[in-house]
Design a protein. Structure first.
Length: 223
């Protein structure tokens, strides 16, 4: 396992922050949000968090369990540690059947960050894997229709043509909603957002790409 850097001061700040604070910070790190009004980012963060929790409260686990009914779950030993990101899991949409891949090397890295921050008991490996699967379950639900409702609630206007308004995509909002969903459905004692922010801090401390929200998950079609 690759030992993560130890940005100790960041861990203390993250530990004291609310989910709303952390979500707004992670949105601020997302490309296209540079220079965006902090109040707007906080509003979007609050909306995405509420939506993810509501989705978790109303969702019913399918026969496949976490990951979504009918989604095949595959564990891989490597592939989750990539330049500038730590990818715990990813949802792949396929005509032949949806698939969720979980990466053991990224889970080990995340566990190392949790231990370095003093949060080891809050993020046991089995619960962390379960939260990663729940996160991808949320992405699957967003991809299958709930994403439209999230965009409606966010209310971002990308373009106006006279009386017509084109609703825009808020980059990173689906990730925030998925984190909130995983936090509600999972067995973690501390928010997934706190661990996400801590991992992002290790990447920044190491000097890698800082223009992403840490342990990014990829959803939707993938070749």
């Amino acid at each position: 396992m690759t030992a993560p850097p130890r940005p100790g001061a960041d861990y203390g700040r993250i530990s004291a922050a609310s989910d709303e604070d952390l979500a707004a910070e992670l949105l601020a790190l997302t490309p296209t949000h540079e220079g965006r009004d902090p109040g707007q980012l906080r509003d979007w963060a609050r909306t995405a968090l509420a939506f993810g929790r509501e989705l978790a409260d109303t969702a019913r686990a399918g026969p496949a369990g976490p990951g979504g009914a009918g989604a095949e779950v595959t564990d891989r030993a490597t592939g989750g540690l990539r330049p500038g990101e730590v990818l715990l899991a990813e949802y792949l949409h396929r005509a032949a059947g949806d698939r969720v891949i979980v990466y053991a090397d990224a889970l080990d890295y995340a566990r190392g960050v949790a231990e370095a921050a003093g949060w080891g008991r809050d993020y046991p490996r089995a619960a962390l894997r379960g939260a990663a699967l729940a996160h991808e379950e949320a992405h699957r639900m967003l991809h299958r229709g709930h994403g439209r409702e999230l965009r409606r609630r966010l209310g971002h206007t990308a373009l106006r043509l006279g009386p017509l308004r084109v609703r825009g995509h808020v980059a990173g909002a689906d990730e925030i909603a998925a984190h909130a969903y995983a936090g509600r459905r999972g067995a973690l004692r501390r928010s997934p957002l706190a661990l996400t922010a801590a991992i992002a801090a290790t990447l920044a401390h190491r000097g890698t790409d800082q223009h992403g929200p840490g342990p990014r998950t990829t959803s939707g079609d993938r070749p």
